[in-house]
Design a protein around this ligand. Structure first.
Ligand SMILES: Cc1cc2nc3c(=O)[nH]c(=O)nc-3n(C[C@H](O)[C@H](O)[C@H](O)COP(=O)(O)OP(=O)(O)OC[C@H]3O[C@@H](n4cnc5c(N)ncnc54)[C@H](O)[C@@H]3O)c2cc1C
Length: 399
């Protein structure tokens, strides 16, 4: 039996995780692309902090940005599981490229696809799915990302048929590239019942007067990805740019982040697996005390632990994605998958760097890049503390 997720489903009470033909084909083609196109070029772009325009264009032509979107909007008519598979394969080789796709689809495209009007979908989705344009998701503010509803200061008011936006956003991925086309901005649009802020999402096209994209951040990792602070000063967009219903912004971003966590978990699994790939090749080659260092059991055990973590991380995101595709609740599973994946990525990148010795500390080897890239996986799209809070809450525990 082939399930909607692209995995073989429950047969005789046993859950199998063998990919169906279509998904295995996709996985393989992204694996080849990552190995043949991304791996040879990304190191230099990363060192120079340059956005990988050519790689993004090629991913667009492969259809990766449109994987979970219906064909009538320029997508591939696939599913979210397919996107996650692609993210895992890209993450095995490089996280800047993988996060550009992850943020482009799960944070950029999906809110428009899920909540947009027909006109918004027809306008934005075809170029976004083709990878000719990128969308960003502006939620986090300088005052706080975890308590984002409490910390939100960005406001939008209706004036002469336009939303007028004032405020600022921090750390927004894909917001300042040459091909960024639109940013979904969460803003306070009034007061909801009970006196709480009413939050809505508004689409702001790039280049709108009053929107300022600040200089690119200098980051510890993800150096070839694009991240900026944004400010809005009397930024006017048509009233029709409201995404979905007024006052539904909070629910929209919670749902977007739940899905995004599964995608980040897949990316994290890729990074964890990439550490295994690099380490196995290195210990076969590197010589010490008259032979390859791979004969030392201390290193074998380290690599066995790394493989175990990557394997568990994969099972965890497969499970969350399967529940999501089946329309079952998946909040807890998504949080578990993100926690498991980011822990695996952190631990494996530290161990892989150790396996490489001094070369692990050199930028020319991928494991050093993996080490720098792993840390953000414990922070973005909900910190590890937030994942634990969500899991505890799903168990009926609250503060
Ligand atoms: C490279 C990068 C890309 C990003 N891309 C985007 C993007 O595209 N769009 C977007 O909107 N955001 C983006 N973010 C923001 C990211 O989601 C936030 O950084 C993250 O949610 C944490 O928010 P914060 O940085 O404000 O930390 P804070 O919320 O200030 O948290 C600081 C620390 O306190 C802990 N903490 C806070 N509250 C609690 C609590 N109740 N219990 C226990 N611990 C708590 C946190 O876990 C953390 O360890 C990005 C961030 C980075 C670094």
């Amino acid at each position: 039996m082939v399930s909607k997720t692209g995995m073989r489903g429950v047969e005789g009470g046993v859950i199998g995780f063998r990919l169906d033909e279509e998904h295995e084909e996709l996985r393989k083609s992204v694996e080849e692309f990552a190995r043949d196109v991304v791996a040879p070029t990304i190191g230099e772009l990363y060192d120079r902090g340059e956005f990988p325009y050519d790689i993004v264009a090629r991913m667009g032509r492969m259809g990766l940005f449109g994987l979970p979107v219906a064909e009538e909007y320029g997508g591939m008519g696939g599913d979210y599981f397919a996107l996650c598979l692609a993210l895992e394969e890209l993450g095995r080789v490089d996280s800047s490229v993988a996060i550009t796709l992850e943020a482009g689809v799960s944070l950029g495209i999906m809110p428009i696809y899920r909540y947009g009007t027909e006109a918004q979908k027809r306008e934005w989705l075809p170029p976004l799915c083709a990878g000719e344009m990128l969308a960003a998701f502006g939620l986090t503010e300088p005052g706080g990302g975890t308590d984002v509803a409490g910390a939100m200061r960005t406001k939008a008011r209706l004036e002469d048929g336009h939303w007028v936006i004032d405020g600022s956003k921090s750390f927004i991925t894909n917001s300042g590239t040459d091909i960024t086309g639109v940013i979904a901005v969460a803003a306070i649009t009034g007061t909801a019942s009970g006196g709480k802020p009413e939050i809505s999402t508004i689409l702001v096209p790039s280049g709108t007067p009053g929107l300022t994209v600040a200089k690119k951040y200098s980051k510890v990792g993800w150096s070839a990805s694009d991240t900026h602070e944004l400010s809005f000063d009397g930024c006017r967009v048509p009233e029709a740019n409201l995404l979905g219903e007024r006052g539904r912004g909070y629910a929209q971003f919670l749902a977007t982040l739940d899905e995004g966590r599964v995608a980040v978990a897949a990316l994290s699994t890729g990074l964890a697996q990439g550490c295994v790939d690099e380490s196995v090749a290195y210990v076969r080659d590197r010589q010490a005390f008259g032979g390859p260092i791979g004969r030392f059991q201390a290193l074998q055990f380290k690599i066995a632990d790394m493989e175990t973590r990557a394997h568990n991380a994969r099972l965890s995101w497969y499970h969350a994605a399967a529940r999501m595709s089946a329309g079952e609740p998946f909040k807890k599973e998504a949080a578990i998958a993100k926690l498991t994946g980011s822990d695996a990525a952190m631990d494996n990148s530290r161990d892989a760097t150790q396996v490489f010795g001094g070369y692990g500390f050199m930028n020319e080897f991928a494991v050093g890049r993996f080490y720098r890239d792993a840390k953000i996986l414990e922070i973005g799209e909900g910190t590890s503390e937030v994942q634990r809070m969500l899991i505890a809450r799903e168990l009926g525990l609250s503060t």
